[in-house]
Write a protein that binds this ligand. Structure first.
Ligand SMILES: Cc1cc2nc3c(=O)[nH]c(=O)nc-3n(C[C@H](O)[C@H](O)[C@H](O)COP(=O)(O)OP(=O)(O)OC[C@H]3O[C@@H](n4cnc5c(N)ncnc54)[C@H](O)[C@@H]3O)c2cc1C
Length: 294
């Protein structure tokens, strides 16, 4: 099916894009990689009067360490995040997560800004970025807002983005100390969205106990879910796989996942426990390797 007719703007600067959003924001859609927007427009589920393509704005695609955090431009593709040496060294959770998104064609075109603004409840980044307590930077002609990803995403395909705002940057922490991370994803066929996805971050104390544990899940609710029960159960305890197995049971606390053609709600709840256990065990193994090499 062809999309309904629309007018395209191709701004050459951020200021120009923000001016267009200030003028047409209510009736416009921003176009980044197009991997979510174009299918919706072709199905006429979305019929914007104006499309603002941001791919020609210089300076929206980068990954750099600055001010103690890693800053990622909104137009950075999944593939660039997967391949980034900086992220592999200082925040490998994000590059590992990117490697699980779709197939190579999707990763070559899709962008981190587009994925977050689209807020698919089964998307991969939101789980990792929630576990990392990451920030998003939103800009409009009036100024800038910085929000936690967990506050930015409000529900399925629903965010706090205002009509005149552009998501310009994602900020993730530089991980240090004896940390390990892992992203585990259950899907039917390679390239599919997650039935359940779990992002885990473990930081060990010099004595080898759990200093910090972060776990977040995707595919099991209206937005990414922090497994706070699991985190509380482990933090401060001696690190072991037995402790993880016991704590992982709490991953399903309060979850009421959707049932669909691919998986029942009950199956998703059970898989939340299994994937949490696997992600934490792998994160612990990686944290122990770092502890040994320090
Ligand atoms: C076959 C296929 C398989 C996929 N598999 C997965 C998967 O396994 N896991 C996964 O997480 N995702 C998957 N995706 C989605 C993919 O990651 C998309 O790239 C992503 O959802 C949207 O990014 P985009 O750059 O293509 O955004 P677009 O499609 O261009 O835009 C998506 C939405 O975000 C808005 N938007 C885009 N950029 C900005 C911005 N900077 N500021 C404000 N609003 C903005 C647009 O207006 C639109 O509403 C898949 C997609 C396809 C087609």
């Amino acid at each position: 099916m062809y999309p309904a007719s629309f007018k395209v703007f191709v701004p050459k600067s951020l200021d120009e894009a923000l001016e267009l959003l200030a003028k047409y924001g209510e009736e416009a859609k921003v176009l980044a990689g197009g991997h979510s927007l174009i299918p919706l427009m072709r199905l006429r589920l979305v019929k914007p009067k104006y499309v603002i393509y941001i791919g020609k704005i210089p300076g929206l695609s980068y990954i750099r360490e600055e001010g103690g955090v890693i800053r990622i431009g909104a137009m950075t593709t999944h593939n660039e995040i997967e391949e980034s040496q900086l992220l592999k060294e200082k925040n490998p959770l994000l590059s590992e997560t990117a490697s699980h998104i779709g197939d190579l064609q999707v990763r070559n075109m899709g962008t981190i800004g587009g994925s977050l603004a689209h807020a698919d409840p089964a998307a991969d980044y939101p789980a990792a970025l929630t576990a990392l307590e990451a920030d998003v930077v939103l800009k409009s002609a009036k100024g800038e807002r910085v929000l936690k990803v967990s506050d930015f995403i409000q529900g399925p395909y629903l965010t706090d983005l205002r009509p005149d705002e552009l998501l310009v940057e994602v900020r993730v922490p530089v991980l240090s100390g004896a940390f390990g991370t892992s992203y585990k994803k259950l899907y039917f066929r390679a390239g599919d969205f997650a039935i359940v996805g779990v992002a885990a971050l473990v930081e060990l104390s010099p004595e080898g106990s759990f200093k910090r544990v972060r776990v977040a899940l995707t595919g099991v609710g209206e937005k990414p879910v922090r497994a706070r029960g699991v985190e509380e159960e482990l933090e401060g305890k001696e690190a072991s796989e037995e402790a993880i197995a016991k704590a992982a049971e709490r991953a399903k606390e309060g979850l009421n996942p959707p049932s669909d053609i691919r998986a029942s709600s009950e199956y998703r709840r059970e898989m939340s426990v299994v994937l949490t256990r696997r992600a934490l065990i792998e994160a612990l193994r990686r944290a122990r390797e770092r502890l040994k090499s320090q």
